[in-house]
Design a protein around this ligand. Structure first.
Ligand SMILES: [Zn+2]
Ligand SMILES: [Zn+2]
Length: 228
């Protein structure tokens, strides 16, 4: 960490971990001692010029930080710094995501995530890795008809079509998606598959076919990010 003090129109003090005062740069200032006042070139520390060029980024970071800050009540001061750094990291990731999104071809016209959606997506991905999936309260929008529910119940099968699906990042991370065999059959989570199977991904918490008559392995296709 370095400290620089520079006498401009007022004394300016800078503390920084990036860059250096040297090599010195030049900048333009009004010389009011001469009449009429004229612009003169004066020396300034290199870090001042770096700051002036990039100070817009600091303002942008501050405004983004104020939008969806992680609030918590705690007396430990260092936790505030920790969560502030997490917030900064998420915003930096979102800015990189937006830059890459604009640079990539988008044939399916996918919508770019807002900061709120991006942050929620990151939080959900991290939450799902350890905790069981929670079904949202209230009646699901696509609930089954009573007749179909009864039919499934008679067949000793449960319907999994209304469970909350994991984030795409979790589905495709290729880590820890081990199959389990359940006592009750559930409808395969893969889009277009109506198989009712006992096989179950312990990480995604969804039923998936491991083998069926068409020799289609939904378990493998699932990791290729195909949702029902
Ligand atoms: Zn899985
Ligand atoms: Zn299937």
């Amino acid at each position: 960490m370095r400290v620089v003090r520079w006498s401009d129109n007022k004394v300016i003090s800078l503390i920084y971990t990036y860059g250096s005062a040297y090599p010195m740069k030049t900048c333009q200032r009004w010389d009011r001692s001469s009449t009429p006042a004229k612009k003169v070139t004066v020396d300034c520390p290199g870090i001042v010029q770096v700051y002036n060029t990039n100070m817009g980024g600091v303002d942008k970071m501050d405004s983004c930080l104020g939008l969806y800050r992680m609030f918590f009540r705690g007396k430990k001061w260092y936790l505030r710094i920790f969560f502030h750094i997490i917030d900064m990291a998420v915003i930096n990731a979102w800015l990189l995501y937006r830059r890459d999104f604009a640079a990539c071809a988008n044939p399916n016209k996918v919508k770019c995530l807002s900061l709120y959606e991006f942050k929620s997506s990151v939080a959900n991905s991290l939450r799902i890795q350890t905790n069981p999936l929670v079904r949202p309260p209230g009646r699901p929008a696509t609930s089954l008809s009573t007749a179909e529910a009864r039919r499934l119940h008679n067949m000793n099968r449960i319907d999994t079509r209304n469970t909350v699906l994991p984030q795409p990042e979790v589905v495709t991370d290729m880590v820890g998606h081990f199959p389990d065999v359940r006592k009750t059959r559930g409808i395969c989570a893969l889009k277009g598959c109506k198989g009712a199977v006992v096989f179950y991904c312990i990480k995604c918490k969804v039923h998936l076919c491991i083998s069926n008559k068409r020799k289609l392995l939904c378990y493998i296709s699932w990791g290729r990010f195909t949702f029902r």
